[in-house]
Design a protein around this ligand. Structure first.
Ligand code: BGC
Length: 480
């Protein structure tokens, strides 16, 4: 429950400390925390269906329609930026409960909104909840996970995002007859209630946060619930030592209190922020948000647009499941590299299909391969990595900054896509995405450390080595 806890420092032996019953308990906790990811997906997905009917009820013009979609992204940036500080001050569990409550409030405002302005307020409030959840969930998951299954538990976040998107499409389908958009939004109350209930009655606080705050006994009791008392003593001792070492290192380097600006943290920050931008500038949400429009332009009949959305949602979900199976076996680096390579090739071909007017079946095929490539790697593994690459003292702040960059980038790409496609051409716009994926491939090869099976100290050493910073220790080998 403390990152890397089940191994002595510096060794790479098998992980034996958590018995199966304890692992099951941790998996249930992780599932409850990842409901925060579901909320992320549900709210990005539900608006596409609801908007068709809100538009008619409130007589919205196209600018107003766009703003109902995009103000959520602005709320998310603010939520993500604030999440780190709040998670450190209040604790992970309490903040998750508050996120659930804010989400309930936003949902209620949306359901009972009387006009355009009220609906905008609702979307901003929902954005605050979504943004906070997206930065908090990876940190919380990382801190309750033993090293052996950390990747898998962290990818649960993306799994729940994709399930949230899919469920939103299905909800849209269910309530589309009669245009019941208020019911569509209302369904979001269910995951929100689950979050509140889980935070109140079910989840433990992150032991790592407790230890850092000096709440040693509480942390020991929580860890003992999954490992038994003897191992809990060792784990707490190890974590205390690490935290003391971290503080001593910071003091010796004279950078205490600089947080994310400390020179030691810079490599992690560069990797976190770059991956956050690349995850969006690779173009994924142009397909997730605009698939029906793109399909229509190939000459296929897009009247059944919700069907296409559901199909894309299903592929997204299935490939995320594949990534979950692989992430702790083959590691993060190979998954991200294969994913970026396949994204670059498929989105280049997608562009070519438009420029050279290839058959519409081919266009669809390239689009599907592109979604599958994202979902099988970069999509989930980005959220895994931002829970792993920052040292414990700045983990929440680092996740917050990376998530905020992810939302800003999402906002920029969503706004720029249609105008770019109109001026440069659809195909040429996809080639820009291809170039970004290719550049990201080179960056990842050079700078991304493997995090699988490693504790935070080993990850920091590898990062420092890749960025050419001085390290005394040789780069640790990966666990076979
Ligand atoms: C991205 C979202 C995207 C989703 C699609 C997430 O990892 O951050 O922007 O909509 O994947 O599944």
């Amino acid at each position: 429950m403390v990152q890397g806890f089940s191994r002595e420092p510096g060794t790479h032996g098998p992980l034996t400390a958590v018995p199966p019953a304890g692992l099951r308990k941790i998996q249930w906790w992780a599932a409850a925390i990842a409901v925060g990811g579901f909320l992320f997906g549900f709210d990005t997905g539900v608006v596409s269906g609801a908007l068709l009917y809100v538009r008619d009820d409130f007589h919205l013009n196209s600018f107003e329609q766009g703003s109902v979609v995009s103000v959520l992204l602005i709320g998310s940036v603010i939520g993500a930026l604030g999440a780190g500080r709040l998670a450190d001050r209040w604790g992970r569990r309490r903040l998750l409960g508050v996120v659930g409550a804010v989400f309930l409030v936003g949902t209620a405002i949306a359901v009972f909104s009387t006009g355009y302005a009220v609906l905008l307020v609702a979307r901003i409030v929902l954005g605050l909840a979504v943004g906070t959840a997206s930065a908090l969930v990876p940190v919380y998951l990382s801190e309750i996970s033993p090293t052996s299954i950390r990747g898998r538990l962290l990818t649960l976040n993306q799994l729940m995002i994709t399930i949230g998107i899919l469920v939103a499409y299905l909800v849209n389908m269910a309530f589309s007859s009669g245009g019941r958009w208020r019911e569509m939004f209302a369904c979001g109350a269910v995951p929100a209630l689950v979050l509140v209930a889980a935070a109140l009655w079910f989840l433990p606080e992150s032991p790592q946060w407790q230890i850092a705050r000096g709440q040693i006994e509480q942390a020991r009791a929580a860890i003992a619930k999954v490992t038994g008392p003897d191992t809990a003593d060792q784990v707490v001792e190890l974590a205390r030592q690490r935290i003391a070492e971290d503080k001593a290192k910071q003091a010796a380097a004279g950078d205490g209190g600089q947080g994310l600006r400390a020179p030691d943290v810079r490599p992690a920050l560069v990797v976190g922020l770059t991956l956050a931008a690349v995850q969006q500038f690779g173009g994924i949400n142009t397909i997730i948000y605009y698939a029906p429009t793109i399909i229509e332009q190939t000459g296929l009949n897009a009247s059944n647009s919700i069907f296409y959305s559901v199909a894309i949602g299903v592929i997204n979900l299935l490939m995320t499941l594949v990534a979950i199976r692989l992430v702790d076996r083959v590691g993060r680096r190979p998954l991200v590299l294969i994913s970026l390579g396949a994204m670059a090739v498929s989105v280049f071909l997608l562009g070519l299909a438009f420029v050279a007017h290839l058959a519409s079946g081919l266009t669809l095929l390239f689009m599907v391969v592109y979604i599958a490539a994202f979902a099988g790697g970069l999509g989930p593994v980005f959220w895994t990595l931002i829970g792993e690459i920052f040292p414990p003292a700045v983990r929440a702040a680092g996740s917050s900054a990376s998530t905020a960059v992810n939302w800003v980038s999402n906002f920029v790409v969503s706004l720029a896509f249609l105008p770019l496609a109109n001026s440069l051409g659809q195909g040429q716009t996809f080639w820009i995405f291809a170039a970004i994926c290719a550049g990201a491939f080179v960056f990842v090869r050079r700078y991304l450390p493997e995090t699988r099976g490693r504790d935070s100290e080993q990850i920091q050493d590898d990062l420092a080595h890749r960025f050419g910073h001085d390290t005394e220790a040789p780069v640790p080998a990966e666990r076979p």
